[in-house]
Structures are given as structure tokens and as C-alpha cells.
Design a protein around this ligand. Structure first.
Ligand SMILES: C[S@@+](CC[C@H](N)C(=O)[O-])C[C@H]1O[C@@H](n2cnc3c(N)ncnc32)[C@H](O)[C@@H]1O
Length: 278
């Protein structure tokens, strides 16, 4: 299997639990698995073809299979590593998980090109180095003309802290580490970024988690910090202490202001923007 060299997160059981919990949180925040501007009736009479790029544990794709009332032709989850996949004999008949490198300039393979009504991508920020163009190009090659891209990322560009009027040392540490670890400026995607690849943005949302999710999300991020510390050379001991402080601060009502961004773009579609509620 491809090694870990370029991937900043882990793929052990803690990493999988973190991703699955985060999935539940994000779906509740957004209120859907697929943005309502994406019609489920698209596609040919055989049903929809959907691919989830960087699928991880496959949790989004398997929720789509279970919860959306649509005829499916195929549901494909693709990831550079199969380390977090459920065993293939445990998957529903129309769900297939495959390995594939979304940054391969010669990809995707011929048999996947132009095959999908919907391309989903979520939380691939760790793959972006500077500009997201290689990823957008890859998505564009997968989607059929008139098909859709849904792309969700944490909008970590402007993380802030809402304090109840007291020092927030643990939350401050977390915000500074998460803000500095990647260049987030590319998240402000517009039609200018998408058009060269044949996409027009049709919806863009930035949603804050519900207040009752704040502690849940914070604890998920503590797991993320634990995972990142040894990989990014942060002090493991300090990170653990700061995480514990952050949880106590959250218990007292302090929280990190974060938004989840979801962009829907249509291949060769209209560039009219709906639901721009950010
Ligand atoms: C943060 S996880 C997100 C998983 C999933 N999309 C979710 O939201 O639960 C990022 C995923 O991208 C995958 N990944 C990393 N580099 C990749 C590449 N070059 N091509 C495809 N997938 C990649 C990782 O293996 C990991 O499963």
C-alpha cells in the first residue's frame, strides 16, 4: 500500500473513530448529506453514479447508501490507502471501495473518467499545497458533463475564540496550531478558480456548528491534536496538557468559532449562486 509519507494524519483505529464522529457532527451541522441543489433524479435510468474522493472509512458514502432515497447505479469510495476501509465482503452490493491517488497528474484511470453524476470530496485540506488546482482538475475528470461536485472543508481561515471573559490558554494553543499548520487562504474559492476546470459554483454555504455540538467538536479536535503532535514535531506532552485545559475551558462555556464550508459546483453548468448564506 502507499505509505504515510505525504499524509499528515493517522490511519489507526483512533483516527477512524475521529473521522466517523466528525462525520456525524458535520452532517448535523449542514443538515444534509447532499446539498439540496443537487437533484437526485439526475443520471441515466440505471441510477446515480457517485464517487467520494478521499473516502477514509467510507462513512459518508455508506450514509448516502443507507439514507438517500435514490436509485443507485454505483457508489464508489476512493482513497490512496485502504487502511480504514470496512472489509469488502461487508459492503452493500452497489458500494465499492478502491485505492486511487487524487494527486496523480495522469489520473484518474480511463475507466473512471466522466463516469460520475456526483463527485463528493470532504476534508481533503491536508492534500492541498498552495493551490487546490490539481484536486479540482482531478474532480473535473471524474464528473460527467452536467454533473455535480460537492466539496466540504473546515473553514479554518478565520478561526476565533468566543470567551466568557477569562483566559483560554488551551483553546488559544489549539487555534494557533491549527491556523498555522496549513495555508487556508485557498478556501475562498470562487468561479474564477473553478471555471478553468469547467465548473460553475451553484451553491456555497458556511455554517457554524450548533451550540450543543461545540464540546463534541472540541473533543474531536483534541484527538486531532494528539494525532498531529508527533507528526508535526509539536511537543506531545504540551499538546496533551493544552488539550486538557481546552476541555476544561469548554466546560466553562468558552469555544472555538469555526465554520464548515460546503461548495457545490456544476460541470459546464450555470454559474448562478444560490444559498450563499455566509
Ligand atoms: C481527513 S481524511 C477525510 C476522510 C473522509 N473524506 C471524511 O470526510 O470522513 C482525508 C483522506 O484523504 C486520503 N488521502 C490522502 N492523500 C490522498 C491522495 N493523494 N489521494 C486520495 N486520497 C488521499 C486519506 O487517506 C484520508 O482517508
Amino acid at each position: 500500500m502507499p505509505d504515510q509519507a505525504d499524509y499528515i494524519l493517522g490511519r489507526d483505529y483512533c483516527a477512524s473513530v475521529r473521522l466517523n464522529a466528525q462525520h456525524a457532527c458535520w452532517v448535523e451541522t449542514l443538515g444534509y448529506l447532499l446539498h439540496p441543489s443537487i437533484p437526485l433524479a439526475i443520471g441515466n435510468p440505471e441510477g446515480l453514479s457517485i464517487i467520494d474522493v478521499g473516502t477514509g472509512t467510507g462513512t459518508w458514502l455508506l450514509s448516502v447508501y443507507q439514507q438517500l432515497e435514490a436509485p443507485f447505479k454505483q457508489l464508489v469510495g476512493a482513497d490512496i490507502s485502504d487502511a480504514q476501509f470496512p472489509h469488502n465482503t461487508w459492503l452493500p452490493e452497489k458500494v465499492k471501495l478502491i485505492t486511487l491517488d487524487a494527486l496523480d497528474p495522469n489520473g484518474p484511470p480511463e475507466e473512471l473518467r466522466g463516469q460520475f453524476d456526483i463527485v463528493n470530496a470532504r476534508y481533503l485540506c491536508g492534500l492541498v499545497r498552495g493551490r487546490p488546482d490539481p484536486l479540482i482538475d482531478f474532480f473535473s475528470k471524474l464528473v460527467k458533463p452536467g454533473g455535480y461536485l460537492q466539496w466540504s472543508e473546515p473553514y479554518n481561515f478565520d478561526l476565533g475564540i468566543e470567551s466568557v471573559g477569562e483566559p483560554t490558554e488551551g483553546l488559544d494553543y489549539m487555534v494557533s496550531k491549527l491556523s498555522d499548520m496549513l495555508d487556508w487562504a485557498w478556501l475562498d474559492l470562487s468561479d474564477k478558480d473553478m471555471k478553468p476546470f469547467g465548473f460553475g459554483i451553484i451553491a456555497m454555504q458556511r455554517r457554524e456548528p450548533h451550540p450543543w455540538q461545540r464540546r463534541w467538536l472540541l473533543e474531536n479536535w483534541c484527538m486531532l491534536m494528539d494525532e498531529l503532535a508527533p507528526r508535526l514535531g509539536w511537543s506531545v506532552e504540551k499538546t496533551r496538557v493544552m488539550n486538557q485545559k481546552a476541555v476544561v475551558e469548554a466546560e466553562r462555556g468558552n469555544y472555538i468559532k469555526v465554520k464548515l464550508q460546503n461548495i457545490v459546483a456544476r460541470k459546464n453548468g450555470s454559474a448562478q449562486v444560490e444559498n450563499r448564506d455566509c
